[in-house]
Design a protein around this ligand. Structure first.
Ligand SMILES: Nc1ncnc2c1ncn2[C@@H]1O[C@H](COP(=O)(O)OP(=O)(O)OP(=O)(O)O)[C@@H](O)[C@H]1O
Length: 749
């Protein structure tokens, strides 16, 4: 007889939450356990064992609505043991489990998984490499030899072949090409070439000749590294990075000594513009906005205003370059009105228009068809998958996928994207404590045969800079491992040999989807991505298709079936032990064992329960911030709190969460104006506390306070103070809505 679904037999040794074959119960013991189990079932509302054993399908035959029942934040999800029972005094992990403790009824009352009717669309693709060598360009011979010998590159990529000559001519440009196609060198090579060729040799004390703005610290470090390598033969040109996380004093000292190619995150640069005397831009020749569409998002916009005010006040003549894999309408519009005689470079156009070699992918910038702008190129070597998983089964499915890749396959490097720092921390700690062994510190409930082959790392904006840099370096150089992260790692990062991208929480825009999956399959390599959706979110696949993004389905059963390869997850059977073929029932049992391991860990102490609740709360908060156009797919009302709680290892839907939500909802109903205001405030707060900040909370507060004091339509204070010609930011004239990004005023470049 198989172990009951959702019921684990008594485990005498407290640390063995998962039964092993060596501790099989003796007949008398099994009889006692069977009786206990029977009593348990009589007392519970679960179907009797015999009936459940007869269920042959993987999911319950009983069909429920595709949407999870809209009982969010209300009733109890499942009748289970309360966290208190296992948490009190259980932190030492020596708590003895009672016979027949009900664990997870993971496979009951789940919404039906809908058939995915994927419209097959023709994906937009670009050619990565050309056959042309860098020697074909008019570059300094030492620069060419550095590219060949230090960077070990010989032929140009398509975007480099198109951009470098245009930029060397001195034109402004808008550059769009797929992720991992070599955009960094497409702007770094012309910058270095032009600066080394200047007639009056650059002095360190001259200050910045080029300013490169990037959205995150890791990207700043990465770009700095590339610039530094290119500058090897031109030692008189000094590169430098300002990115936060470092003491302001030491950054000031470096600024004082002089930085000629300055790479910075907007927040930190603003901080220096406001507080550092030695910063000036009178010799600036280049302004590069890498990941330009992200930099123009709300949140960065204010910083960019301050930066451009400061620059415009001191220098008018310079070259401006905007780059991204997803240049959207907002950025094109901005370029149309503000770049000087700009050139629009899109590798996509060249790939599409092979019939007319004259046209190439280079155009005078002009408005492009909306359809074309909404479709982004995806590397041809990137295979995209989606799986639809009911909320209760999300956690075990994610863990199953990680185990499949990292325990049973070689050299797999995974990045898993979550929607918040709290979610990253929760899953990181959970996986470390339950799936990883070898540290000798396996948590209560940890798998006795957990793998030493797994390596987990995490990256998000709440970590100390030292840890962020160390993680970035370690994952870069690792052959295998799992990086759990927020969107702080979504843009621009070039982490070699990443084999899989997993999106555990769906991104909030197609652009973010493209950037996340773009961390794999770079520069012609192979890679895959997996998007995990709930049944109520299945329509997201159509939304992706409307942007020419094609995904294939992987069935949840196929992911979970890996658990049958691992005897760690074997539930204890009593009665006949005859070997039998592995079937859906085995998968269910093993998934239940794994879920129980997670639940046991989460309920092992008050601290871990609180951590899970905090993560759940953060998940709900993030879920509420999907943009309007996706709200019909990701609506908080379609979440079943009890089911979602299971995916955080919580046996019950936390009551205080539901109370909080109901209270808020009621209050908001009474005050619709307040509701609207709170929503936008929350959104702003969300953005302000995002990973892209300068790393100095004070600067965020200052920006907030200043804008509050100054009111709408005001100029940044720095500009007023220094009598610089400020921009009319916030005035009705200068701002037009466009694609969620407020349009920027003319003359920023
Ligand atoms: N000509 C080249 N030959 C070989 N490798 C190259 C070449 N140009 C760039 N690369 C490598 O390709 C990888 C991706 O380059 P890069 O990070 O510049 O891409 P990107 O287009 O900026 O990507 P994203 O849009 O994600 O920011 C890097 O490892 C880089 O060193």
């Amino acid at each position: 007889m198989a172990a009951a679904d959702g019921v684990l037999p008594h485990v005498p040794e407290s640390r063995s939450a998962v039964p092993t074959t060596s501790s099989r119960p003796r007949p008398a013991q099994s009889r006692r356990q069977a009786a206990a189990t029977k009593r348990k079932y009589q007392a519970s509302s679960e179907a009797p064992l015999a009936k459940r054993r007869s269920e042959t399908s993987f999911l319950p035959a009983k069909k429920t609505a595709a949407k999870e029942t809209p009982r969010a934040f209300k009733g109890k999800a499942q009748k289970t043991f309360s966290p208190k029972r296992s948490s009190a005094g259980a932190s030492d992990g020596n708590q003895e489990r009672k016979p027949g403790i009900k664990t997870s009824s993971l496979f009951k009352n789940n919404p039906e998984i809908p058939e995915l009717h994927r419209p097959v669309v023709k994906q937009v693709q670009e050619k990565v490499f050309t056959s042309d060598a860098f020697q074909a360009l008019d570059l300094h011979p030492h620069l060419i030899s550095t590219i060949n010998t230090v960077l070990k590159m010989s032929s140009m990529t398509s975007v480099q072949k198109q951009s470098i000559p245009v930029l060397l001519e001195g034109r402004d440009a808008l550059v769009r090409s797929q992720t991992g196609s070599g955009k960094t060198l497409a702007y770094c090579i012309p910058v270095v070439q032009s600066l080394q060729a200047m007639k009056s040799k650059i002095q360190r004390g001259d200050g910045p000749y080029a300013l490169i703005l990037v959205p995150t610290r890791e990207l700043a470090l990465q770009s700095f590294d590339t610039v530094q390598k290119l500058l090897k033969p031109f030692t008189w040109i000094v590169p430098g990075v300002l990115m936060g996380g470092e003491k302001r004093k030491s950054e000031k000292a470096r600024l004082r000594k002089g930085i000629n190619i300055l790479i910075a995150t907007p927040g930190r640069l603003v901080d220096h513009i406001k507080s550092t005397k030695n910063i000036h831009f009178c010799r600036l020749r280049w302004l590069i906005l890498d990941e330009a569409d992200r930099i123009l998002d709300l949140g960065f916009e204010k910083d960019i205003t301050v930066i451009l005010n400061a620059i415009n006040a001191e220098c008018q003549e310079r070259q401006n370059v905007l780059l991204s894999a997803t240049l959207t309408e907002g950025v094109t519009w901005l370029a149309d009105i503000s770049l000087h005689d700009p050139v629009s470079i899109s590798v996509l156009d060249e790939s599409h228009d092979q019939s007319n070699p004259e046209s190439k992918g280079i155009h005078e910038a002009s408005p492009q068809a909306g359809d074309e702008l909404d479709s982004f190129a995806i590397p041809a070597s990137l295979e995209q998958y989606v799986t639809v998983v009911p909320s209760k089964l999300r956690l075990v499915s994610l863990a199953g996928f990680v185990l499949q890749k990292c325990k049973f396959e070689r050299d797999q490097k995974l990045i898993i994207f979550f929607s918040s720092c709290e979610l990253v921390d929760f899953h990181y700690n959970l996986f470390l404590q339950t799936l990883l062994s070898g540290s000798g510190a396996l948590a209560p409930g940890g798998l006795p045969c957990a793998s030493t082959r797994l390596k987990f790392l995490r990256l998000h904006g709440d970590l100390e800079q030292e840890e962020r840099t160390a993680v970035f370096q370690e994952f870069s150089h690792s052959k295998s491992g799992v990086l759990l992260c927020t969107d702080v790692a979504a843009r621009g990062l070039d982490l070699p040999q990443v084999t899989w991208i997993v999106q555990y929480n769906a991104p909030s825009s197609p652009a973010e989807y493209i950037h996340r999956i773009g961390r794999t399959a770079r520069i012609g390599c192979h890679g895959s991505s997996l998007l995990i959706l709930a049944p109520s979110e299945a329509e997201y696949v159509n939304s992706l298709a409307s942007h020419k993004i094609n995904v294939s389905e992987i069935k949840m059963e196929d992911i979970l079936s890996v658990l049958t390869r691992d005897d760690c997850f074997k539930g204890r059977r009593w009665g006949s032990q005859k070997p039998r073929p592995v079937g859906p029932q085995d998968i269910r049992e093993r998934a239940t064992v794994l879920q129980t391991v997670f639940e046991d860990y989460v309920h092992s102490s008050e601290r871990t329960v609180a951590g899970a609740k905090k993560a759940l709360q953060s998940f709900i908060r993030a879920y509420a911030t999907y943009p309007r156009e996706l709200k019909h797919i990701f609506h908080i009302r379609s979440l079943h709190l009890g089911h979602v709680a299971k995916s955080f290892g919580l046996r019950d839907a936390p009551k205080n969460l539901s109370a909080l939500a109901t209270k808020k909802k009621k209050a908001n109903l009474k005050r619709p104006d307040l509701h609207r205001r709170t929503q936008s405030k929350q959104r702003l707060a969300e953005i302000l506390r995002s990973e892209y900040s300068s790393g100095m909370e004070t600067s965020v507060t200052k920006v907030r306070e200043q804008s509050k004091r100054a009111g709408p339509g005001s100029q940044p204070r720095s500009a007023i103070r220094s009598q610089r010609p400020a921009l009319a930011v916030g005035t009705n004239e200068s701002r037009k809505p466009c694609g969620g990004t407020a349009r920027l005023p003319r003359k920023w470049f």
